[in-house]
Design a protein around this ligand. Structure first.
Ligand SMILES: Cc1cc2nc3c(=O)[nH]c(=O)nc-3n(C[C@H](O)[C@H](O)[C@H](O)COP(=O)(O)O)c2cc1C
Length: 473
């Protein structure tokens, strides 16, 4: 973008007198060379002469004594490993896994022995950043406790020692989702505009930039890695020529540190690995009995039906049907008819009118829901054996398959951030339901599912120990 801008600058572009068409923009070699020399650029150099760092070392002093004259506006890229060593973050750990456990806040994904976790610093990375390389056997290196604080200490120390205003980025090496290969990123920063928010501006074509926030500190970290290398004993690099990314200590731009590069959970569309997401989706589904006064997206319900009908079923059948009650009128008609049927049952039980009125007055989860679905079982494709034992087993097989489909439905709704309550009432008045909803005789209602945004989050349930449900033979 900048180079293109320079080429169009009259000082370079308009004086060439070149021919027409595409060639009109081309510069003669000499002018092109001059334009190249003038184009935006920076230099990045590794800092030679940093000795093996030990616990208690003052990194700012080490850098100040070994570095070439640093100047205002330089940015130092400091490998986190030497920061950890200086801060004594080396621990005895014959068991690296235990050290990873201690640094882990939550597991994002796991495959075999590899764990991608969120660590105490909020960083999502392999093995919580616990490093067993470049450290004596039987020890592991933890990340700096607070890498932003570490960066500030180095920046302040260099100001004291050399009187220079520099930026400092503490870097570490990360893998990335979707991209092969590792790259350095900023885990700590001081005096650096870590993010360059271009939103509100326009590109060279005048298109508005609606989402462009550049991760400048990560770009600096990666630039430093190109000259530091991994095993060359060059843990610090200096970028010169990008003074505009350096922010004075008291400027609000430097306040956030590299913490500002950690995406908020609410904005993170990819918080979990696949198997972790499946597990979380399952536990996310809880019965919701109070709903917010918000309409339900019919598209979300259809996506949940699509998930429902992937459930296992006998003989390659598809025993699921879903009746969606999308209008208030249809819901009320069904619920009123079911109430009458219930009252008739209670009268049949010999209950007093007072007791019946009391029961019926009690809140009904289905009436409080902004959307209802009535899942039905169809026995299409079932076998008939002609004896009761096997015919009963056949029907039970279809019922459990129907239940599996409904569970899929509820889990998929939870994935759509929709709460649900699967209640049984339609099973107790199937003829009434079929009549009101005009369903074929062969459709068997299997309860009803109240659907809506949860008014309050369901209370947490203690994890159940699988062993209590298992018998091994
Ligand atoms: C077949 C079936 C029928 C149910 N019927 C009702 C019901 O009539 N009323 C109700 O409030 N909950 C009903 N539930 C929901 C259960 O009470 C609920 O699943 C249980 O308390 C466990 O809570 P959880 O769903 O949050 O895990 C029913 C659940 C199933 C599977």
């Amino acid at each position: 973008m900048s180079a293109a801008g320079a080429a169009r600058d009259p000082a370079f572009g308009e004086t060439t007198g070149a021919g027409s068409g595409e060639a009109a923009d081309a510069l003669p070699a000499e002018a092109a060379g001059a334009a190249f020399d003038e184009a935006p650029s920076y230099r990045v150099r590794a800092l030679p002469g940093i000795p093996e760092v030990r616990a208690g070392d003052d990194l700012a002093k080490l850098i100040a004594s070994t570095g070439p004259g640093l100047v205002d506006g330089d940015v130092l890229l400091v490998t986190s490993k030497i920061v950890s060593k200086a801060e004594g973050r080396i621990v005895e750990a014959a068991d690296r896994e235990a050290a990873i456990d201690a640094e882990t806040v939550r597991v994002v994904a796991r495959r075999g022995a590899l764990r991608i976790v969120e660590n105490r610093q909020g960083l999502v990375m392999a093995a919580a950043g616990v490093d067993a390389s470049n450290t004596p056997a039987g020890t592991v290196l933890l990340l700096p406790e607070d890498p932003d604080r570490s960066a500030r200490a180095i920046r302040d120390g260099l100001r004291d020692a050399l009187g220079v205003e520099v930026g400092v980025v503490v870097t570490d090496t990360f893998g990335r989702p979707w991209r092969s290969g590792l790259t350095d990123v900023a885990i700590g920063a001081a005096g650096v505009r870590v993010l360059d928010d271009l939103r509100g501006g326009t590109d060279t074509y005048g298109n508005p930039l609606g989402a462009t926030v550049v991760a400048t500190a990560d770009e600096l970290a990666a630039a430093g890695d190109l000259v530091k290398g991994k095993a060359s004993g060059l843990p610090v690099a200096v970028v010169r020529g990008l003074g505009h990314v350096v922010a004075p200590a008291d400027s609000p731009d430097s306040a956030g540190g590299a913490r500002a590069l950690v995406r908020d959970a609410a904005d993170d569309m990819f918080r979990l690995g696949t198997s972790e997401a499946v597990r979380e989706a399952l536990t996310l589904r809880r019965t919701v009995r109070e709903f917010a006064d918000e309409p339900v997206d019919p598209g979300a319900v259809r996506r949940a039906v699509a998930a429902a009908v992937t459930a296992p079923a006998p003989h390659h059948t598809t025993p699921w049907r879903f009746v969606l009650l999308e209008s208030e009128e249809s819901r009320t008609r069904l619920l009123d008819a079911m109430r009458e049927a219930w009252i008739a049952d209670l009268r049949g039980d010999g209950k007093s009118e007072e007791s019946i009125a009391k029961r019926v007055r009690r809140g009904d989860v289905l009436r409080r829901a902004p959307y209802l679905a009535v899942p039905c079982l169809v026995m299409d494709g079932s076998h008939t054996y002609g004896d009761e034992r096997r015919d009963t087993a056949e029907r039970e097989m279809f019922v459990v398959a129907a239940g599996a489909g409904i569970q899929n439905f509820l889990v998929a709704l939870a994935g759509e951030r929709l709460g649900s309550a699967w209640v049984s009432s339609t099973m107790f008045c199937r003829d009434v339901v079929r009549e009101v909803l005009d369903l074929p005789e062969s459709w068997d209602p299997l309860g009803a599912v109240a659907i809506g945004r949860a008014a309050v989050a369901p209370t947490a349930r203690d994890a159940r120990d699988p062993e209590a449900f298992i018998t091994v033979r």
